[in-house]
Design a protein around this ligand. Structure first.
Ligand code: ADP
Ligand code: ASP
Ligand code: MG
Length: 403
């Protein structure tokens, strides 16, 4: 059997953890499996590298930043290789470039275009354990790119798809995917199974346990994922097309995203095409928007248009609008980063009335004011003030899962 195993940063954070993970890898290999391992940078290395860069130049080029960030994962694979060597096992470590993980040119948020499997196959044929640096690839200029935060998950799924692996295991620091972040909500329950679609929504709405693009890729190529702990031996969560839970549970989980911002365009002229011009300016800047609200302004001839973007995009959105202030016609733009988006996800929501009102009731019980609401067939999101986010998640969780 060919197995892809991915270990996140906390799973390889120190020598003891590295030895622990080496034990898991060795066990699979000695059992007779072909093993390809994807590793993340140790602990908080990626954040530390970002800090280091900022000390030298607060505005480095994205190319050089990726050159730096890619080193974190390279350290992990080399150290793990040394550990396995020490155990007398055949092993080779490979960077994204050595494997041939080809990406587009978007530094910092590159997308994998293709994975060459030739070198991987050759190493597997030599009966070696193959360690691959996660989160990185190379673009058409042969420069290093990184895939975006949490991108090692995506590396693992891409390798599993390219190699037609029999299993893809994502080892992390919790025992699986839970109904809410188990570190924040003590009553959170581990899910035995979850569908790609629900996992994709949870990941996109802030549950960092899997990067959303890895789930997209898994769905597209039919790669079944298993999320499990590198520290505790227990069955994890299967991420697949259809889950057992689908009929029984109305909602699957709750996620929180604090890295969002609300942009409000104040006193936009109330005439046809205004909303189009506002959103067009933002989308032309390559920024994704969600939860759009238009409200009557203080006077009759204007409206305020608000929308939510990721915090990283807030400044750029504000700039793109200000550059077109005359053409669009508005008074000013304000940005509020002191908000959080809390989302309830579940495929069973479609067939069940009253889910939304239960969510609102939970927030009302806690006297939490809802600033914006967005609903779809599988999700309800509310924007609230950032300080109430954890309380909101706990209250909603109690309503659905702890009664
Ligand atoms: P890794 O370094 O292994 O990639 P991450 O920190 O990226 O790990 O993701 C694991 C973390 O995701 C957990 O420690 C947990 O706090 C968080 N998390 C958020 N929502 C969930 C959820 N619904 N289920 C499990 N973990 C979650
Ligand atoms: N080291 C990278 C990050 O911290 C990639 C990953 O951990 O998946 O985002
Ligand atoms: Mg991660």
């Amino acid at each position: 059997m060919l197995i892809v195993q991915k270990f996140g940063g906390s799973s390889v954070a120190n020598p003891e953890r590295i030895r622990n993970v080496a034990g898991i890898i060795a066990e699979s290999f000695l059992y007779g499996h072909e093993v390809v391992v994807v590793l993340s940078a140790q602990g908080d290395t990626t954040d530390e590298l970002l800090d280091k860069a900022a000390e030298i130049n607060p505005n480095p080029s994205k190319r050089e930043l990726d050159m730096l960030l890619a080193t974190g994962e390279q350290q992990s694979i080399a150290l793990m290789a040394m550990c396995l060597e020490g155990m007398g096992l055949p092993v080779v470590s490979l960077t994204g470039w050595q494997v041939g993980i080809r990406t587009d040119a978007a530094y910092g948020a590159a997308r994998i275009r293709r994975v060459d499997t030739e070198r991987l196959r050759r190493e597997l044929d030599k009966k070696r354990i193959v360690l691959v640096a996660g989160f990185q690839g190379v673009n058409k200029f042969d420069d290093y790119t990184t895939l975006g935060r949490g991108g090692s998950d995506t590396t693992a799924v891409a390798l599993a798809a390219a190699l037609h692996a029999d299993r893809c295991q994502i080892f992390t620091d919790v025992e699986g995917v839970y109904t809410a972040d188990p570190r924040k909500v003590p009553g959170a329950r581990k899910l035995e199974e979850i569908t790609y679609d629900e996992m994709l929504e949870l990941a996109s709405m802030g549950a960092q346990v899997l990067m959303n693009r890895s789930v997209q890729l898994a769905k597209r190529y039919g790669v079944e994922l298993e999320v499990l702990s590198s520290l505790v031996r227990a069955p994890g969560t299967k991420v697949k097309e259809v889950s057992k839970n689908m009929e029984e549970m109305k909602i699957t989980g709750i996620a929180k995203d604090e890295k969002v911002a609300r942009v409000t365009v104040v006193k936009v002229a109330d005439r046809p095409g205004s909303a189009f011009r506002v959103l067009n300016a933002v989308s032309k800047a390559g920024i994704n928007v969600d939860m759009i609200i238009q409200a009557n302004g203080q006077d009759e001839s204007t409206n305020d248009i608000s929308f939510v973007v990721s915090q990283a995009d807030a400044e750029a959105a504000s700039r793109a609008l200000s550059e077109r202030q005359a053409a669009i016609g508005f008074d000013h733009v304000s940005v509020d980063t002191d908000i959080a988006k809390v989302s309830v996800v579940g495929a069973g929501m479609m067939s069940s009335v009253g889910i939304a009102s239960l969510v609102f009731e939970a927030l009302n019980d806690e006297h939490i004011n809802i600033q914006m609401i967005n609903t779809s067939e599988v999700k309800i999101s509310c924007v609230i003030d950032a300080a109430s986010a954890d309380r909101a998640v706990a209250a909603i969780h109690r309503k659905f899962f702890e009664t």
